[in-house]
Design a binder for this molecule. Structure first.
Ligand code: FAD
Length: 453
């Protein structure tokens, strides 16, 4: 079957939905969102686990309390989303070694300070390397220590994978403030998206407007020319439009899920390939009762192991869901890929061994485990984009720039806020505005041609 419309939006994550909303509000009513999975939300995704609602993807609203308001925080307040203040800066005072001893706070604070200093130095040296070979020559590389002991490795992990703001300014925190709030709402983080979409994707009874949003539509081919675009889905449907907005993740762009006809130009594919994909995995474990310390400053704790990132970063959910008896451990990149490839039972066994090292042999076994697989999900291929710290705005310009009638949006196209929900949200607005401008120009051209003929 063949369907025609003005604009096709590929992907119903936060960026696709915010893009659609802006278009609809500005008179582009004839649009279709094609979503590969059976739901909206993309990397915002809740799941019922152990009697509560847990967030497999985005969990925090990051950047709250500053001079400028974070638009996602504003949305959350407007819709009454339940959130909990969350502060992982205390994690460094709860570092366990393999025998279950907590490192004294003085030792932890010292190690932390050293790690921040050497991370800053490493950054400076990269900058020097980047700016001129001369500057790099003058740099004393021996000064920079590399983490070796378990506590150094653990701190290096939390610093680089969680607290980069300690090392370099991050727009999310400098613009919107340093506060972070954990979403703790049974309706999920995704409730924000349903609220955003309710006026133009759903009927007043909550039914999906099928002429606007189609689920289970995996886009496999995108043909584009000077006159329009044609999109083919896995089930053989064809959709034609004047323009397409592509909101799939950087990992999907790097994969061969969607083929382009004609192929994307070199400057585009090179920019896409240069962007790193971070895999970030939250594993949830449910216990019959709790055996970990609770109370102020205890929400997060760290396991120091000789392998970097081996079940390092832990959080209990008692603050958000008291009595839920759930622990969350976060793995990244290589460790994420490793556990995605093994059975959940093996992961459970590894996690239990780590917990027994920290809390002793008598703790109860977990009764349930949940392991998200963002890396092996062909509609995601990772968790979020990561640009090298020393990257110029050229990289973003190329990733963001339209190719003919194909426009690009998504978290990875946000120069200031890539990797965050608000990055996705704001990128959708930016891309739609660029497209609206293009439509205006085209109309103007048509008008001029008409008056001349
Ligand atoms: P997506 O949400 O990925 O939307 C793209 C959509 O396109 C998806 O629905 C996908 O199914 C669909 N799609 C893919 N391929 C096709 C195809 N071929 N055809 C049709 N549809 C397709 N951000 C924060 O602010 N705070 C956090 O605490 C946080 N933690 C995170 C933790 C994890 C584990 C992950 C994975 C992400 C986290 N993020 C966090 C990042 C945040 O979730 C993302 O930046 C944001 O949700 C991305 O939105 P998006 O619209 O750009 O992409």
């Amino acid at each position: 079957s063949k369907t025609s419309c003005d604009v096709i939006i590929i992907g119903a994550g936060v960026s696709g939905i915010s893009a659609a909303k802006v278009l609809a509000e500005n008179g582009v009513e004839d649009l279709i969102i094609l979503e590969a999975s059976d739901r909206i939300g993309g990397r915002i995704r809740k799941q019922d686990f152990g009697g509560v609602s847990v967030e497999l993807g985005a969990g925090w609203i990051a950047g709250v309390g500053g001079k400028q308001a974070n638009p996602v925080w504003e949305l959350a307040n407007k819709t009454g989303l339940r959130t909990c203040f969350s502060d992982y800066s205390n994690a460094r005072y709860n570092i366990y070694d393999r025998s279950g001893k907590i490192f004294p706070s003085g030792v932890a604070a010292d190690s932390y300070k050293k790690a921040v200093e050497s991370a800053i130095q490493r950054l400076r040296s990269e900058e020097a390397n980047c700016n001129s070979a001369d500057m790099a020559m003058n740099f004393d590389f021996d000064q920079i220590s590399t983490p070796k002991t378990p506590i150094e490795l653990a701190i290096d992990f939390i610093l680089h994978d969680f607290e980069m703001a300690e090392v370099e300014p991050i727009s999310t925190y400098t613009d919107f403030g340093e506060g972070e709030f954990l979403v703790a709402d049974e309706r999920g983080y995704e409730h924000l998206l349903y609220k955003m979409a309710e006026t133009f994707l759903f009927t007043s009874e909550g039914q999906i407007l099928e002429n606007r949003l189609q689920l289970n539509k995996v886009v496999r081919e995108l043909q584009h020319s000077r006159s329009g675009v044609a999109v083919t889905t896995e089930d053989g449907c064809i959709y034609e439009a004047n323009y397409a907005i592509l909101s799939v993740s950087i990992g999907v762009l790097q994969s061969d899920l969607i083929s382009f006809e004609p192929p994307l130009p070199r400057w585009k594919t090179e920019a896409i390939d240069k962007c790193d994909v971070i895999v970030y995995t939250k594993i949830f474990l449910k216990f019959p009762h709790k055996f970990w310390p609770c109370g102020p400053g205890k929400e997060f704790f760290i396991y120091a192991h000789e392998r970097r990132g081996y079940y390092t970063f832990w959080q209990h959910m008692e603050n958000v869901y008291p009595g839920s008896n759930i622990l969350v451990v976060t793995l990244t990149n290589g460790e994420s890929k490793r556990i995605e490839a093994q059975s959940d039972q093996e992961t459970l066994k590894e996690a239990m061994e780590v917990l027994r090292n920290m809390f002793g042999p008598d703790i109860p076994n977990a009764i349930d485990i949940l392991v998200p697989r963002w890396w092996n999900n062909r509609f995601q291929r990772g968790s979020y984009s990561n640009y090298p710290i020393i990257s110029n705005s050229q990289a973003f310009d190329s990733i963001r720039a339209p190719v003919g009638r194909v426009f690009f949006t998504g978290e990875h196209t946000s120069e200031r806020f890539n990797g965050y929900v608000h990055g996705g949200y704001l990128s959708g607005i930016d891309t739609s505005q660029a497209l609206l401008e293009e439509i205006r120009k085209e109309k103007e051209k048509e008008r001029i041609n008409e008056t001349h003929s």
